[in-house]
Design a protein around this ligand. Structure first.
Ligand SMILES: Nc1nc2c(ncn2[C@@H]2O[C@H](COP(=O)(O)OP(=O)(O)OP(=O)(O)O)[C@@H](O)[C@H]2O)c(=O)[nH]1
Ligand SMILES: [Mg+2]
Length: 354
């Protein structure tokens, strides 16, 4: 199952209560206060697990609770600190909290090894040993443990990919990806065969890049037709977009414009990414002149154009070369601007007012 959007609830642990107690020993009538402090409640973190590639594991578990701190004991014994809870998510996951009707981003896991605090555990309360003064030698005061933070979190995952293939149904997206990589999506001549994004690694002999095909767009995807724009956000991190057209179509120019408009309507930034047009099924075009005519027809798109045939494995090397060239260029440009990491600092909560 491909899950890329889930809602979870996180509850950090409460701090353990401090203790009010007095030292009682034979021949020591006024032993004084000896109540220890409570232990810390467990924090909750969100961390990258590079073995995961969707949020499917959250489908059956949506409540995450860290343990509470132990209570303070006699003889100044400190309560046990609870263990932290680390929630694992795939790279490309962002976490949002809902506040006043808005979704505020609190974590954006962009690379392996990243770990971000989602909810802080409560501090343990102080035992009565802390309240003894010269005039108050037998304090019965102690602090209860602080409550742990709780919040509802929305996790959204965006695929971490280099190249994204976008096209209408039956243009051969799956056939192309399975010829280029070891991915084996179903290829069939009925419509909308592919219902979730499919990833494959394409090796050009020097560079390995992750390509993905998204389920087909239809005209009006923006208005929710077909699978709508449900998966288009996964193109957000791609370096290059491959517009895949079907050479057998009556009007390739119109097809391209429609695709482009769907993407623009979804996110204008997506439409400005490095892109290339691949016209698949070149084998159905009668002669080389036909291919030249198609390329000419798409000239004023301003994008590089490659004729390919997934069926007959034609033009694939040229396509890989062009796409990977664009991807390397885009990556070099992006590395001059690195997105700052989002750091979440939970606000301290004063429980005494509560
Ligand atoms: N002649 C020819 N047929 C092709 C080529 N590539 C794919 N096809 C055929 O086109 C049909 C659709 O191919 P798919 O790869 O399933 O297309 P898709 O874009 O993934 O389609 P959906 O997943 O349904 O959106 C299948 O019958 C393929 O055999 C090609 O290069 N030449
Ligand atoms: Mg498909």
């Amino acid at each position: 199952m491909f899950v890329d959007n889930v809602e979870i609830q996180v509850r950090a642990g409460h701090g353990g209560s401090g203790l009010a107690s007095f030292r009682r020993e034979k021949f020591l009538p006024f032993g004084g206060p000896d109540g220890g402090d409570g232990g810390r409640g467990g924090d909750i973190y969100l961390a990258v697990d590079s073995g995961l590639n969707s949020l499917a594991s959250f489908k059956h578990k949506s409540l995450f609770k860290a343990g509470n701190g132990g209570a303070g004991g006699k003889n100044r014994m400190h309560g046990t600190n609870a263990a932290d809870l680390v929630i694992k998510a795939p790279v490309g996951t962002a976490a949002y909290v809902k506040e006043k009707g808005c979704e505020l981003i609190v974590a954006d896991l962009q690379k392996d090894g990243q770990k971000v605090l989602l909810a802080r555990g409560g501090r343990g309360g102080k035992g009565n040993v802390h309240y003894a003064t010269a005039t108050r030698k037998a304090p019965t005061i102690f602090q209860p443990g602080e409550e742990g933070q709780q919040c509802d979190i929305i996790l959204k995952m965006q695929l971490v990919i280099d190249v994204c293939i976008i096209g209408f149904t039956n243009s051969g997206k799956s056939a192309l990806l399975s010829e280029l990589s070891s991915a084996r999506p179903e290829v069939a001549d009925y419509q909308f065969t592919t219902k979730v994004p499919v990833l494959g690694v394409v090796d050009d002999g020097g560079n390995k890049m992750t390509w993905a095909e998204l389920p087909a767009l239809v005209k009006g995807s923006g208005r929710g037709k077909g699978l709508g724009n449900r998966f288009l956000h996964h193109a957000g991190r791609a370096l290059v977009i491959v517009y895949l057209l079907d050479a057998g179509s009556a009007d390739l120019k119109a097809d391209f414009e429609e695709l482009r408009n769907e993407i623009k309507g979804f996110d204008a930034v997506l439409a400005q990414k490095a892109a290339i047009i691949a016209v698949n099924k070149s084998d159905v075009v009668d002669d080389a002149g036909g291919c030249d005519y198609i390329k000419e027809r798409l000239l004023d798109t301003g994008l590089p154009r490659v004729m390919v045939s997934a069926l007959e494995r034609q033009g694939l090397d040229e396509l890989i070369l062009e796409v990977h060239g664009l991807a390397v260029e885009a990556r070099n440009m992006a590395s001059s601007y690195t997105k700052p990491e989002v750091v979440f600092r939970p606000k301290p909560v004063d429980r005494r007012d509560a």
